[in-house]
Design a protein. Sequence first.
Length: 162
Amino acid sequence: MTEIVLPNDTNNLGNLFGGQLLSWMDRCAAIAAHRHCHRIVVTASVNNVTFNLPIPQGSIVTLEAKPSRAFSSSMEIFVDVLIEDQSGQGKKQKANEAIYTFVAVDQLGNPIQVPPVEPETELEQRRYDGALRRRQLALILAGKMQPSEATELRALFFPDEA
């Protein structure tokens, strides 16, 4: 997805307003989730947002979203935000990233099964592997999983027990 930062998209410093970027990322991630499962999807959570670089007015912003892993009815979606060099040479620099979770639902709003994600590149494999750890941590923090049940996290912190 590509956008241009217009004056009404900026804050007092002339940079892209964070809320506008969040809206663009949510929309882009929703499209990626929908394309993965071909069903209605809803945003379940915004798990992480990293604002690394300001994005000045006039910038061309490209958002790239891709599922990193699917669970039963949910999908973790990574969004990479790239800005083009304003010199006109088309070089892109990663400015921000986010991780969203979407749930596929039927016409009545009930969660439904989604197909698995099959990582192909090294980056996709790292994101795929990390998704289960991020999910287990989120479930522990929400009180829906006991830390002792978090096998991936235990293996990360206590490799000798594996």
